[in-house]
Design a protein around this ligand. Sequence first.
Ligand code: FCA
Length: 348
Amino acid sequence: MAIRSGKLFNFSRLAAIACAGVMLASFTGCNKTGEKSGSDGGNKADLKIGFIVKQPEEPWFQLEWKFAHKCADKYGFELMKIGAPDGEKALTAIDTLASSGAKGFVICTPDVKLGPAIVQKAKVNNLKLIAVDDRFLGADGKPMEKVHYLGISARKIGENVGEELWKEMQNRKWPVEETAAGMVTFNELETARERTGGAKDALVKAGFPADKIFEAPQKTTDVPGAFDAVNILLTQHPEVKHWLFFGLNDTAVMGAVRAAEGRQIAAQDTIGIGINGTDAITEFEKPNPTGFFGSMLLSARDHGYKTTEMMYNWITKDEEPPLDTRTVGVFITRDNYKEMLKEQGITE
Ligand code: FCA
């Protein structure tokens, strides 16, 4: 299932293709034309690198794969893309990679607590490993700082979300007394805690009352998970006229916005700001504005291409990547998203 189209791509179609692919086969690989390598002494076409993601149906992960694929195309190795929505599939995926002769893999794990098991499996199979997006947790519950990691500057990006929410609330001249914020949380994940915590702190710093920021814990990090969480919150607060929504990513905010719509809260009474900038596209493309106001567009190129390139250089040139690399985000709305997506190489 090669995702090669460089054209403006239809995320929902891609998602459907991905799901089908994931169900039909546990992994997909893309053969490259042979090219003799230098220092690794082998044929580059024989080199295999894995890229495992936790939610292959999410547009963000589609993009990571797309950029990882570009890296494989450039260097001429085989990329093995594997969707692993649960722990068992993630561990099996590593075995699959090992038995196929892969030399390393990049992974966004479905469960950060699997960190020690993944490290162990990689070690036994002599596979190099880079964690992307979600940092592993050790048995002591602390981040595994010795595992190479590339992720977002989660706190800073969260703070930007809070600042933009406040700015737009001022634009709309909403009185603080009539407004509340729905914070869709997923506290099991460090990067999620930092994002939502950063947004909350920035809102409070700007002057938003802390006691009007209500948590809506999502059980699953998808649209239904956020929808259910926010639906409960809206039932509890029928007095609120205007809502701000934020969460771990676009999906969380999309669920929140759908829940508000379900309760007949108008789009102009809702300001949702997500993170990823990927699921946001379908919202911005709707003819009439929805409550999904904006998103922090992350660099899928860095998360997909750069991690894969780091892995390639590590395997072929023994260049060890930095232990911790962080990426930034830029704010997009209906007004600038087309231009920003082009700038990021997401669309042409
Ligand atoms: C986490 C989220 C994704 C994306 C990524 C950078 O894995 O679940 O949606 O935001 O971090």
